[in-house]
Design a protein around this ligand. Sequence first.
Ligand SMILES: [Mg+2]
Length: 389
Amino acid sequence: MKITDIKTYVLVADNADVSLTSSAQDTVLVIVETDEGITGYGETDTNPWVVKALIQSPGTHTMDQSMKDILIGMDPLDIDNCWKSLYVGTAMTGRRGAGVNAIGAIDMALWDIKGKFENKPIFELLGGKVHETITPYASLQPLGTSFEEYRDSLVEWAEKAKNLGFKAVKSEVTMNGPYSHNGMDEDDDKHTRVIEAVRKALGPDIELMVDVQYKWETAEQALRTVKDWKEFNIYFLETPVWTDNLDDYARMHEEAPMKIAAGEWLSTVHEFKDLIERGKVDVAQPDIGRVGGLTEAKKVSNIVDENNIIIVPHCWKTSISISATAHFAFNTPSCRFIEYLPPQLCHETLRRELAIEGFDFINGLIQLPTKSGLGIEINEDAVKKYRVD
Ligand SMILES: [Mg+2]
């Protein structure tokens, strides 16, 4: 089999608002076509126009080739060779960040092709299932422009998730810092009050994760507040400090009264090695598209095992990425949870409309996928409706 074309569609929801922090308002749909009529789909969570440019641009010299030109004519079933050719062939522009994010979308599409060709779900190609079901956590999506509205909205979401049978939820609590909603700027004590209210609404039996989205610069600042959060029995605290401050992460690991999670923005196993070995995080959170696809995520899984920690992948995109994440989870022993909301509950248009996910969600648990490849069904009408480039 040979790759004959790579298409990249930029999709933007009709209700997208650039002042919001949700990256699920847009996506880049990467479509890899072959001479045997098998088509693979992938996406990645970064600026979709940038990914389109990275994949479609012409090359300028041997170490800065065109991704599209590299791939055309290659065997899509030889995924390692495709990955390495893309990584080395674009090294001067790519190698980390958006370059690897783009490879991640292509890699996802290649696994989809391989699964369709062999008539197997991707988790089987990766080595088979190591879990019977996957426990998702619901990401709560607060609204509001004041402390009271924000808190009440999270409590309402927590109750909704509990009623849907979720065994775990993640509450973002971000009323200041870079991800702050709607210009809110509330003090740290109010963040404690929000977590207290969410824990009370959930009761003691549901796992509660908290994402403060890089709200502090240093461990010193973070610990002043989070040292008092032990009583809320938080499963993990996500990204308490800026992503590059690895020594602060190590200090959080030593002194905070809960597990520390990070890694959603990282690309390649090399960045995870630093995060795990120097930053000493307890929970690695690769995003399958951003890290470089399923191929690279499995390498992260290997160093997670070597360091005896756990993995809880990040995913805030459409059913394409969510399905890829589920396949990864079923084959990854250290994977404890994945991020998931049923599409009908999401505010995000593309999450609801772009594709039907490749698994069933029953009694709060994700069931083993049975369809070949990613198992998704793309909604061509949604592609037409939301395509802007
Ligand atoms: Mg996060």
